[in-house]
Design a binder for this molecule. Structure first.
Ligand SMILES: [Ca+2]
Ligand SMILES: [Ca+2]
Length: 124
């Protein structure tokens, strides 16, 4: 029996320290009151930085989908799941959904895309 001979097995898609640090930095930069969670307002400013203009209803929907512990806010772990596997994914989703290339997408489509992507990665 050897416990240390199996390094050729690729690690499952898991965040490295660097990627986690990157997300923590993004999270912190939008966590304006530094309480460790993103409120609707803070999440809205994050989304606006991505060129989205969510309505109140749309924000509610997104938070309900992402808020797995029903705290009404997005904690870091929820944020990580939401932006899994990378913020780049957000841009890819936006590009993919942005059929006419004007940089705007339907926010409901965005919510569906991002939540299904998050669920694929988190629960797949
Ligand atoms: Ca906050
Ligand atoms: Ca929460």
């Amino acid at each position: 029996m050897s416990d240390d001979g199996d390094k050729s097995t690729p690690a499952p898609a898991k965040l490295g320290d660097e990627q986690l640090a990157e997300r923590r930095e993004i999270f912190r930069s939008f966590d304006q009151n530094k309480d460790g969670s993103l409120t609707e307002l803070e999440l809205a400013s994050l989304l606006r930085s991505l060129g989205l203009e969510p309505s109140q209803d749309q924000l509610d929907t997104l938070i309900q989908n992402a808020d797995r512990n029903n705290s009404g806010m997005i904690e870091f772990s929820e944020f990580v799941a939401l932006v899994e596997p990378d913020l780049l994914l957000l841009h890819l989703i936006i590009k993919e959904a942005d059929r006419d290339g004007d940089g705007c997408i339907d926010f409901d489509e965005f919510v569906q895309a991002i939540t299904s992507a998050a669920y694929d990665n988190a629960w797949g």
